[in-house]
Design a protein around this ligand. Structure first.
Ligand code: ATP
Ligand code: MG
Length: 356
């Protein structure tokens, strides 16, 4: 089966880790007899320099003609002083909006072999395996009116039933494929939007009798994420709570470089990217951890292409390389074997192809 993928490498280590991800998918192609066609598009700072805007028309066209989008990371000090319409991050917001990517998935897993670097005690971090499902195109980030002057500032939190429903349904569907548990996070003791959110969660839950669900206030959820994170399976929440909680949860793993994400449209079209940024401090040195990007590619196989076995093969390969004691530079202080970006990628590829 031939799949066409728009590859937006972006800036900084975005390029290095995306190259790693496509190399791994090529190896999946060899093992499982799929063909991936990579089509490169400009995004972010490089796009500003070469095409005068962070998300050029040409890039949108490439993405529209593809089956999925694989993205690296954007930004860097070179563009920090540009006016806001020429900031690299603007391109990301525009692409989410253009493709209506309203559901953001962030799995957070504690790898057994890296528990020592988690800021949590090993016994607390052990066994963490959750999926944070964040609503991405509504809420405070987009509500009108929104303004400030010297004396007053206004933000508006609006949610329509339909926006809540689609993300909540997505969460319950995911729970069915996992451990059948949904934690819905809100602030229903204060916010009107959270009251509607709760009501809709209860309605949706009626269609999923096999899934256990609970409501949790966001302040309580913030505490529980660091005291008892292994208790969570699927966590579903609105845009801003999701932004904050997913960053909080991401530290459990011990490195930003390990974590993937997916942003999906209602029909399943998706964009896949590691959660880390362009990390200008380590760009171009062949030391970035490519695992977040590689696991993002695995999410693409599963969510956009329905290739469950292939996605599992990638995840299994990553796990086994870590269990063999290998890691990238950011873990150098825990007495493990440090590999470069390309060496780590090769190890993962060897693991995938050793079964050929
Ligand atoms: P952005 O604003 O683009 O999200 P950020 O300020 O959140 O960026 P990142 O670029 O994500 O920062 O990275 C923060 C730091 O974490 C980097 O400076 C880098 O040292 C480290 N880091 C991030 N990603 C990786 C990776 N893949 N491998 C190794 N280290 C990483
Ligand atoms: Mg960041």
């Amino acid at each position: 089966m031939k799949k066409r993928v728009a590859v937006l490498r972006g800036d900084g280590i975005g390029k290095e880790v995306t190259d790693a991800a496509t190399a791994v998918l090529d190896s999946i192609g060899r093992r499982f007899h799929h063909e991936f066609e990579w089509v490169n598009g400009l995004l972010g700072g490089e796009a500003v320099d070469k095409a005068g805007q962070p998300l050029p028309e040409e890039t949108i066209k490439i993405c529209e003609e593809s089956d999925a989008i694989l993205l690296g990371a954007v930004g860097g000090p070179a563009w920090d002083n540009h006016p806001s319409h020429l900031r690299p991050e603007r391109g990301l917001l525009q692409i989410r909006k253009h493709f209506e990517l309203s559901v953001n998935l962030r799995p957070v897993q504690a790898f057994k072999s890296l528990l020592a670097v988690s800021p949590l005690k090993e016994e607390v971090a052990e066994g963490v395996d959750m999926m944070i499902v964040r609503e991405l195109t509504g809420g405070l980030y987009f509500g009108e009116p929104s303004f400030h002057d010297n004396e007053k500032a206004v933000d508006t939190l609006v949610y329509a039933r339909e926006e809540i429903e689609r993300v909540v349904i997505h969460a319950f569907e995911l729970a069915k494929q996992r451990r059948n548990k949904v934690t819905s996070v809100d602030k229903a003791n204060v916010l009107e939007s959270s009251k509607l959110w709760r009501k809709i969660v209860e309605e949706v839950a009626e269609n999923y009798p096999e899934v256990e669900y609970e409501h949790m206030l966001v302040d309580a959820a913030a505490m529980k994420l660091i005291t008892y994170p292994a208790a969570f399976d699927v966590v579903v929440t609105e845009n801003m709570f999701g932004d904050i909680l997913s960053d909080e949860a991401s530290v459990i793993t011990g490195s930003l470089g390990m974590l993937p994400s997916a942003s999906l449209r209602a029909d399943g079209f998706g964009m896949y990217e590691p959660i880390h940024g362009s990390a200008p401090d380590i760009a171009g040195q062949n030391i970035a951890n490519p695992i977040g990007a590689i696991l993002s590619a695995a999410m693409m196989l599963r969510s956009s292409f329905g290739m469950e076995q292939e996605a599992s093969a990638v995840e299994k390969a990553v796990k086994s390389v870590l269990e063999d004691g290998y890691c990238t530079n950011e873990f150098k202080n825990i007495g493990r074997k440090v590999l470069s970006t390309r060496e780590m990628t090769e190890k993962i590829i060897n693991e995938i192809e050793c079964e050929l």
